[in-house]
Design a binder for this molecule. Structure first.
Ligand code: NDP
Length: 242
């Protein structure tokens, strides 16, 4: 992991929602390696969270992002934030005619409601010039397969959140950005999974991305040279959406 030249991540107070595994864990590790003071939440993966905390020096907090009170309490405990990253996300795949409505609601709660409430609470206690970064998906722009309607809808919603909050908080020089990965090798979407070839067929660079590649982009958006970038979508998808 290379810290962007000229960055002043060291000493920054960073909060990552959903940081125990995958892309979130890479974001936690990258900020910690750059010298930030990092806190992260998780829902169910206690062992992974504790191992990551041990390895990086970050603080792990059990808080379900779908539980608004727990989410907001975890953010309030962090004090004045420089960087807030909303990474928590659930993937729901299936025919909407048969998809469990409760599963769809849970997906929307985690992917959208948590992102809204968490970002607003973070901004309340954020320093001027702070950074809000959410993790969306290329499926916010493009859905070349059936069966991902609720997921794609949730990630499109984050685009509206990003544009809106950039306007709401711009006077404080807080930037708000959305990172939109394509297929990325994690538990959610393993590079050797059954749909991998179908995904690679849609890509210009025919491989899964890595969580570290996504984390590098997040770190850049949190760094001083990115101070003028806001209200924007940053797709990192190997050309999946090209
Ligand atoms: P993983 O399933 O590998 O990891 C998800 C992370 O989110 C875990 O740390 C998990 O914690 C946390 N999380 C999930 N639900 C909650 C919750 N209710 N409260 C708190 N934390 C929660 O997913 P990825 O790393 O692949 O995905 C990370 C983000 O990137 C998601 O928003 C996803 O939609 C997005 N994305 C991923 C892509 C991919 O191909 N992998 C492509 C495009 C976007 P725990 O295990 O403790 O519950």
């Amino acid at each position: 992991m290379t810290v962007p030249e000229g960055s002043q991540i060291r000493g920054k107070s960073v909060m990552v929602i959903g940081g125990s595994r995958g892309i979130g864990a890479a974001i936690v590790a990258s900020f910690a390696a750059a010298g930030a003071a990092v806190r992260f939440t998780y829902a169910g993966s206690r062992d992974a969270a504790e191992a990551l905390a041990e390895a990086t020096g970050a603080i792990a907090i059990q808080a379900d992002a779908a539980d608004r009170d727990a989410l907001l309490a975890s953010i309030r405990e962090a004090g004045a934030l420089d960087v807030f990253v909303y990474n928590a996300g659930l993937l729901g795949v299936g025919d909407p005619l048969t998809l469990d409505p409760d599963a769809a609601d849970r997906l929307i709660d985690v992917n959208v409601r948590g992102a809204y409430h968490g970002s607003v609470e973070a901004a309340r206690r954020m320093v001027d010039g702070g950074r809000i970064i959410a993790i969306g998906s290329v499926h916010g722009d493009r859905m070349p397969f059936a069966g991902i309607t609720a997921y794609g809808m949730s990630k499109s919603a984050l685009q509206g959140l990003t544009r809106g909050l950039a306007r709401d908080f711009g006077a404080r020089h807080i930037t708000v950005n959305l990172v939109q990965p394509g297929p990325t090798d994690t538990d959610m979407n393993p590079a050797d999974g059954p749909l991998a070839q179908q995904m690679h067929d849609e890509m210009a660079i025919r491989r899964h991305g890595t969580a570290d590649e996504v984390a590098s982009l997040v770190l850049y958006l949190a760094s001083p040279p990115a101070r003028g970038i806001t209200g924007a979508m940053h797709t990192i998808d190997g050309g999946f959406g090209a």
